[in-house]
Design a protein around this ligand. Structure first.
Ligand code: SF4
Length: 217
């Protein structure tokens, strides 16, 4: 690693650690992960007792490669992201995710004050994050950190997460064509459910891994 890269990594680490500390003060179990490999190992270890594992449609989680590992271990994998499935089959998986043993998902934005901010089209991921699964692990890459309020975090999501997501999913929205949010009223609008989790939900074992690498968008 060059000196410049080391300094950039160090600077990101300070921000990641600040978010971890704030999350802890807000009641979450928060862990700093220097690399995605650390997040992978944490998740596989925490999944030891889980029979069913739900996936919240996250590029971050997909990038970690945990699904193949957990599938090999014989876990029931609940991933609705297979577009060869019918809509009824995908909805059935989403409902099963709400009562799975372990739910894995990314986070659209994480403030340095320890607030998780997400925007969904269907709301299944956001719902499973705060109630239902026995255990939830949220993984946030350093690119999701926002030094600001939840409103600043929402702006981050609509600037950097929703446009590429709309394009990835081939939705007919203005942002999928231009890369900019125009607060559309499109039938395909993906910004429909906005959640701010500012304290650990009382009945949910919610952990947050903050990774010192860009993950997802
Ligand atoms: S409100 Fe519409 S244009 Fe803006 S990010 Fe969401 S889907 Fe895209």
């Amino acid at each position: 690693m060059s000196t410049a890269e080391e300094l950039v990594t160090w600077t990101h680490e300070q921000k990641c650690q600040k978010a971890v500390e704030a999350l802890g003060l807000n009641g979450f179990s928060a862990i700093y992960c220097p690399t995605p490999r650390d997040a992978f190992e944490y998740i596989v270890n925490e999944a030891a007792d889980a029979r069913s594992v739900g996936f919240g449609g996250s590029m971050t989680i997909a990038g970690l490669g945990v699904e193949a590992c957990l599938r090999e271990q014989g876990k029931e994998i609940l991933n609705h992201g297979n577009y060869s499935l019918s809509i009824e089959e995908r909805l059935a998986i989403m409902r099963r995710q709400l009562t799975c043993d372990l739910f894995l998902c990314g986070c659209n934005a994480l403030t340095l004050n320890g607030e998780l901010v997400n925007i969904d089209a269907t709301g299944n991921r956001a719902a499973a994050m705060f109630f239902g699964p026995a255990k939830v692990i949220v993984v946030a890459g350093r690119n999701k950190l926002v030094d600001g309020t939840p409103q600043d975090a929402i702006r981050r999501v609509k600037a950097w997460a929703s446009p590429p997501n709309a394009k990835r999913l081939n939705f007919n929205t203005p942002c999928a064509r231009t890369g900019f949010c125009s607060n559309c009223n499109s039938p395909d609008r993906i910004c429909r459910v906005t959640t701010v989790i500012d304290r650990k939900p009382r009945m949910t074992d919610l952990r947050v891994l903050v990774v010192n690498e860009d993950l997802g968008f």
